[in-house]
Structures are given as structure tokens and as C-alpha cells.
Design a protein around this ligand. Sequence first.
Ligand code: SAM
Length: 221
Amino acid sequence: MTLSPKDRDAWLTRWREGRTGFHLDRVNPFLERNADRMLPAGGGRVLVPLCGKSLDLRWLVARGHDVVGVELAEQAVEELYRDLGRTASISERGAFRSWKSDRLEILVGDIFELDSAATGAFHGIWDRAALIALRPDDRARYAPHILDFLCPGGQMLLCTIDYDQSKMDGPPFSVPACEVNAYFDNVLPLEKLEEKDVTDGNPRFGESGLSRVLEELWLVG
Ligand SMILES: C[S@@+](CC[C@H](N)C(=O)[O-])C[C@H]1O[C@@H](n2cnc3c(N)ncnc32)[C@H](O)[C@@H]1O
């Protein structure tokens, strides 16, 4: 089952209207500090689901990895390649359009339509603002789906956010530790690597009356 047409349109509209406050103008510090826990530098396949135009993509390529991003909004991918100053070779790959240059490939389409038999397995997965971008029902099917792409011994770095969901609607949705545990702990080893109080990091949090917003980084696998 794909993402609902309503949610799909909401993301495309966000990109069209430039409401992309989730985009960081630097490489994610959690990733910089912990990428080696996911996979040693010097070559591996990394999947970046719901990748947007994140600077993490080029950073992972620069560390010697082959990187595959998946993103619904083609506008994000156009902007990514424009910012990179690269030309991509574009081709159709089943339900996806592939934008490829050197060691970076972005598949434009819905993560729920991606098939591990078609992509092959990955040594690492970097999930920043992917799980937490999805509604509860979608998260429950995303979690087992994304693990399907991990090769034996592979690891996923997962960045989540925890806040009082009754005070603010997502995205980003609150995914507390108990939910992360429910998805992954009984399947693969799960370790919390870091946490950071980000209450002051987004004006929406204060406006919604949230007194504590915690970002958490997990290693799965
Ligand atoms: C919160 S943003 C995070 C982007 C990126 N990970 C980052 O750190 O900047 C979520 C992104 O996922 C995309 N998206 C949402 N649902 C998707 C889906 N089902 N398949 C692929 N991309 C999706 C949205 O268009 C948006 O760019």
C-alpha cells in the first residue's frame, strides 16, 4: 500500500511552497559523530529513505560510500542536484525515476513501493526525519519494510523525536523510546547512542506549549 494521496499531496505542496524547515544547512551532527558506528569509512552501500535534499547525502558519498536516496518530491531532487552543481542521468526504474551521478542515486517515488529485490541489500541505513515523518499506521509498516533492505550484519542509524503529542500535531511525529523498542528491539540489537534537548530548536515547539522535546539517536543492528 502506498502513502495516502492526501499525505503525498501535502509533501509535494510543502516543497512547492518552500515549507521545508526540516532541511538542515549543514551535515547532521548525529551522523558526523556516529557514522562509523553504522559502517566504517571506505565503502559500503547506504540507503537514505525520505532523503529530501539533505547535505548528508553528499557527505556520505565523500566518505566513499555508494548512496541511494528515496524521495517523493522530484523538486527536492532537482534542487539537490542544482546545489551539487552536478548533472544527473535520469532513467525510469519501475515505479521510480532514477537520478544518478557517480556514487549517488536518488529514486523519486514512494518508499512503500520500493522492493529490496530490485535495489539489492544495504550495509547501512541513515534514517533522519523519515520514520518520524510518517503517521502511526504508516510507521508500523515502514519499520519492518525498511529493515528488509539491510544486509545481514548491516546497521541502521535512526534519529527520532520525543514530545507530548497531545500538544502538537506532526510531522514531525513523536516516536518515544517505547515505540522504537516495539519496532526494533525484538528484531535486532538496539542501542541508544545519544540524546539532545531540542526544545529551543524550532519556534513551533514553544508556540505549542511544549516544555521538553528530545531528539534521540539509535543504532539498530
Ligand atoms: C521531514 S523530511 C526529511 C528529509 C531529510 N531526511 C532531511 O533530513 O532533510 C521528509 C521527506 O520525505 C519525503 N517523503 C514523505 N513520504 C515519503 C514516502 N512515502 N516516500 C518517499 N519520500 C517521502 C518528503 O517529501 C520529505 O522530503
